[in-house]
Design a protein around this ligand. Structure first.
Ligand code: ZN
Length: 299
């Protein structure tokens, strides 16, 4: 079968335009799946007549042929029979982008630093945190009257689904937009200022200031600090989002988000998840304590 863009070595103009558009969109970081869906929606045919897939697009835009080269014994040489369609700089950007994406996808999870639901799950019997041991999250508290256990896969799947609903329901995005507009630098400055404020409070108290003012000041400062740090973690996590829209959030959550990113987002919407006994009715096994301001608009 012929390569998309050329027919017997001659450039097919309409296809060359599509190829350039694809290369630019991919190089600019648009998810390939989304680009494929868009082409299919616009009714643009492939050479085989089958719908566009991520695979077909990657192959077309990274092929040496796109810049008039061919690969022989692992070396690229110019191919006198093929006119280039893409310019080399764009083609290199595309190849970098796709290699990065593949590397992310196929590298086994870099030593999982902490499990997806670390610090979030609570044992219903004793209220203490649960830890991942083998394939289960377990209550490890020695004093627990009835330590609970839940399968990692069950807990993580349900939490992922519930959190996805939460973060695509409107309020979360509405709350995130101003945070994102202010930018990470702003929140880093807040962290810095708050640390200084805490030092000042301690100094004032140390030189005879009233206990109440110190306590109240510290409570407020700690809250500000925790919020700013959570905003920073969320902003870092959603850095790969093309736009703060429901559609891109879904695609990002399902396809491209790294586990670290998802963990940070879970933290941003969930305070704790209480794990009940396995005898609890389906749906009551996990009780989500959502953070304020992340309510589902209409459920
Ligand atoms: Zn327990």
């Amino acid at each position: 079968m012929r390569a998309y863009g050329w027919n017997k070595g001659q450039i097919v103009d309409a296809e060359a335009d599509v190829l350039r558009e694809l290369a630019e969109r991919v190089a600019d970081g648009e998810p390939i799946k989304k680009v494929a869906a868009d082409l299919n929606e616009r009714g643009i045919p492939t050479v085989s007549g089958r719908p566009w897939s991520s695979r077909t697009i990657s192959r077309s835009v990274t092929s040496p042929r796109a810049v008039g080269l061919r690969e022989r014994n692992g070396e690229l040489t110019s191919d006198p029979d093929v006119d280039p369609i893409l310019d080399v700089a764009l083609w290199e950007r595309v190849r970098d982008r796709i290699n990065d994406a593949d590397r992310k996808r196929f590298t086994p999870q870099r030593r999982r630093q902490s499990p997806l639901l670390a610090d979030v799950l609570r044992c219903a019997s004793c209220g203490r945190p649960m830890y991942l041991t083998g394939v289960n999250y377990m209550c490890g508290a020695g004093a627990c009257p009835k330590p609970l256990t839940i399968r990692q896969a069950i807990a993580e799947t349900e939490a992922s689904e519930r959190v996805l609903v939460r973060i695509t329901s409107g309020p979360w995005l509405d709350a995130l937009r101003p945070v994102a507009e202010q930018g990470a630098a702003h929140w880093r400055a807040v962290v810095e200022d708050t640390h200084q404020r805490m030092v000042r409070l301690a100094e004032e108290f140390g030189s005879g200031g009233p206990q109440e003012a110190f306590d109240a000041g510290m409570v407020a400062a700690r809250r500000t600090l925790a919020d700013a740090e959570r905003h920073l973690a969320t902003l870092a996590a959603v850095d790969g989002l093309p736009a703060l829209t429901e559609e891109s959030v879904v695609e990002w959550w399902v396809d491209t988000a790294a586990e670290d990113d998802r963990r940070a987002v879970i933290r941003s919407v969930v305070d704790t998840i209480v794990v009940n006994e396995s005898a609890a009715p389906r749906g009551d096994r996990l009780v989500f304590n959502w953070r304020v301001g992340t309510d589902v608009r209409r459920s």
